[in-house]
Structure formats: C-alpha cells, structure tokens
Design a protein around this ligand. Structure first.
Ligand code: XBP
Length: 253
C-alpha cells in the first residue's frame, strides 16, 4: 500500500522555471546593472545544472562573465541569487504562477484518503513557502508531513539526499512512497533512493527517457498521452490511478 506521495516543486507543482525563476533571474541582472540576459532556450540548457546559484556560476564560468577571482565570483553569484529569489517571491505572490492542472485535485485526494504527503525539493525554502502559501493558503504546511528543501538537503538532485531524508522523517521504506517528478535529475534522485516515481512532463522536460518510471505523461489533469495508459473511465490522474499503476508494478515479473 502507498503510505505517502512525495511532491517535487519546480516544474511538477507549477511551471516555475520558465514563468518564475527565468524571469526573476533576468530582472535581477537588470536591477544590478549586469548586461546579461538569458533567453528561454539558454535557460533550458542551463537547467542541466541543478540549483539556481550553481546554474548562474556555471554560466559565468563558461561565458567568462563576472570577476575572474573565484571568491569574488561567488560573492556576486550570491548577491544575484538572493535578489533573484526576492523577485521570484514577488512574481509568485502576485498569483502569476498557478498550480499545474490536476495538482490541487490530487492534493485533495490524498487529504481525503489520509495518505501523508511530503515536499521533496532542492530549491530554496523561501521559494517553496511563497508558492504554496499563495496557492494553498496560510495553513499550507499542515497538508504536508514533511517539507524537505535545499535548507535540509543541500546536495542537489540527482543526489538522493532529499528523498532519503523524507523517508527517514516519515519512517517509511522506499517502496511505501511514490514520488511525482518532472525532470530527469528528480527521477534519478527518487530512483537512487529506491522510491517509485511518476513523471509529469513540464515545459522544459517535455522529452526524455525516464526509464523505470511507474508512468510517464504530460499532466495530472489529463488522461491521454500517458504510458502505461490511464484507465479510460477516469478524467484525470488521481490517487486511484496512481494506486493502479503502483499495484501493477508490484505484480510485474
Ligand atoms: C529545482 C531547481 C532549483 C530551481 C531554482 O529543484 O533546480 O534550482 O531551478 O531554485 P527541484 P533555487 O527540482 O528539486 O524542485 O534558485 O532556489 O536553487
């Protein structure tokens, strides 16, 4: 039986990368008088680097931008990243980043069925707080039995640290939880911790193998395009469909 659903944040709960972090990074560059701008395409390339600060440092390094002294470069990256997160919070608090289709309904399914939920992300804690407070209300934390962010798990996905920590707090064996992820690094992190994973593809991760996932599809809000196929009698990917996929994987040879 599934005892817990573990939610990734960026790309899974909402399209935060394109509509939030990318915009906020470009606003931060401008506010700090830096002549750098990332296109939607360039940001997609940079998403292979986990962590906003690490992503920025990588771009500075490979484009020869910013101070040459490593320590000064770190200081500038910290400054840009801090401001990026403040500007991100403004975008999100303005209500411009809705939850993806089907997310709210699955949260409600889990509440009703008393399936404990966790947040398992390696984004900054402040980003999680502003998104969920804006979308779910002041008491958002009460919905989750554990909230793991970069504060608790500094080793970014695909490192399994965040998942291992969530399992430990929830006192679960890996097979008793199911992770929801959108990107390869998240899938790899869940699998390295032994947690079965369902992939809801997002804007930047519309393709990819996701081998070994319980199911892969475009959105929790629709039943077409899923592999394995979702039950045709359903209208969305709810807890009942997740339980069917999970049960099938246990029966598979
Ligand atoms: C997503 C990330 C984050 C965000 C930016 O993590 O890689 O780095 O892009 O957030 P996850 P920060 O898939 O674990 O949610 O700037 O706070 O790093």
């Amino acid at each position: 039986m599934i005892k817990s659903i573990l939610w990734d944040v960026d790309g899974t709960l909402a399209e935060t990368e394109r509509d939030g972090h990318l915009k906020a990074f470009n606003q931060a560059f401008e506010a700090l008088g830096l002549p750098w701008r990332w296109s939607e395409q360039r940001y997609g390339e940079l998403l292979t680097v986990a962590g906003g600060r690490e992503r920025l440092l990588h771009d500075m390094q490979c484009r020869g931008r910013g101070p040459t002294h490593p320590q000064e470069r770190q200081v500038l990256a910290d400054r840009v990243h801090r401001l990026k997160n403040e500007l991100y919070a403004r975008i999100v608090a303005g209500g411009h980043l809705p939850l993806r289709e089907g997310v709210r309904e699955l949260l409600d399914d889990c509440d009703r069925a008393r399936v404990r939920m966790g947040i398992v992300t390696t984004t900054s804690r402040s980003n999680v707080e502003v998104l969920l407070k804006t979308q779910l209300g002041e008491d958002w934390e009460s919905k989750f039995a554990t909230i793991v962010s970069a504060r608790e798990a500094p080793n970014k996905k695909p490192d399994p640290q965040a998942y291992l920590l969530a399992l430990d707090v929830l006192k679960l064996r890996p097979g008793e939880a199911v992770a929801l992820e959108d990107a390869e690094a998240g899938v790899a992190a869940a699998q390295a911790a032994g947690v079965p994973v369902i992939v809801t593809r997002s804007h930047y991760f519309a393709a990819g193998e996701s081998q070994g996932a319980l199911a892969v599809g475009p959105s929790l809000g629709r039943i077409d395009g899923w592999h394995p196929a979702a039950d045709a009698r359903t209208t969305r990917i709810g807890l009942d469909q997740i339980l069917r996929w999970y049960g099938r994987s246990l029966r598979a040879p």
